[in-house]
Design a protein around this ligand. Structure first.
Ligand code: SF4
Length: 182
């Protein structure tokens, strides 16, 4: 999202099925707005360099996926500027692809899928997993090799457990020697 493009939620053109996420986290396009001003760039290499920086910046944004979805679902609102490291042309291509894959009401399809996933997550949090699922989870865990890698004393930091074990071995050795010497 380019600077000064913060969506006004009361605006009737906004598709409420895919809302822009509310966040108090610092968004790169707001903290470094100059980076996102590319309108004055005249040459292709300049634009390319700027887009590389923007892509890196958006990649670190906590809401990048939702920002892109919002921009794609609201073509009028996002007809200009950079949103989630995409140019208007790239967004158009992405929209066309979504229409081909999910149909003309792709926004509805995406919103429905997200709602289903949200409900599933909610149910999983509030209801205990069925016994069969728990058994499957155990089986899956059992199939993962859990044996720790061999301890390499010269490479690994000394852990508390290893320190305690070393002390026990030392004490045992000393006691043994002392018993022999007596
Ligand atoms: S993804 Fe990029 S454009 Fe979108 S909110 Fe984050 S920083 Fe801004």
């Amino acid at each position: 999202m380019s600077p000064n493009q913060t969506p006004v939620l009361a605006d009737p053109v906004i598709d409420s099925r895919v809302p822009f996420p509310h966040t108090t986290l610092p968004l790169p396009c707001r903290t470094t707005p100059d980076l996102y001003r590319i309108e004055h760039l005249a040459t292709r290499p300049e634009l390319k360099r700027a887009m590389a920086k923007i892509t890196l910046s958006c990649a670190g944004c906590p809401i990048v996926r939702d920002c892109l979805k919002f921009a794609l679902a609201n073509p009028e609102l996002s007809s200009e500027g950079i949103w989630a490291a995409t140019t208007p042309r790239q967004r158009k291509a992405l929209r066309d692809r979504l229409v081909r894959r999910l149909g003309p009401d792709w926004v509805g399809v995406v919103a429905e899928r997200e709602e289903t996933a949200r409900r599933r997550r909610q149910t999983a949090r509030s209801a205990p997993a069925p016994r069969r699922d728990t058994a499957m989870a155990h089986l899956e865990l059992e199939s993962i090799p859990v044996r720790p890698a061999p301890y390499e004393p010269w490479r690994e930091p000394l852990t508390d457990a290893r320190r305690a074990q070393n002390r026990r071995l030392l004490e045992a050795a000393l006691t043994h020697k002392a018993a022999k010497a007596a």
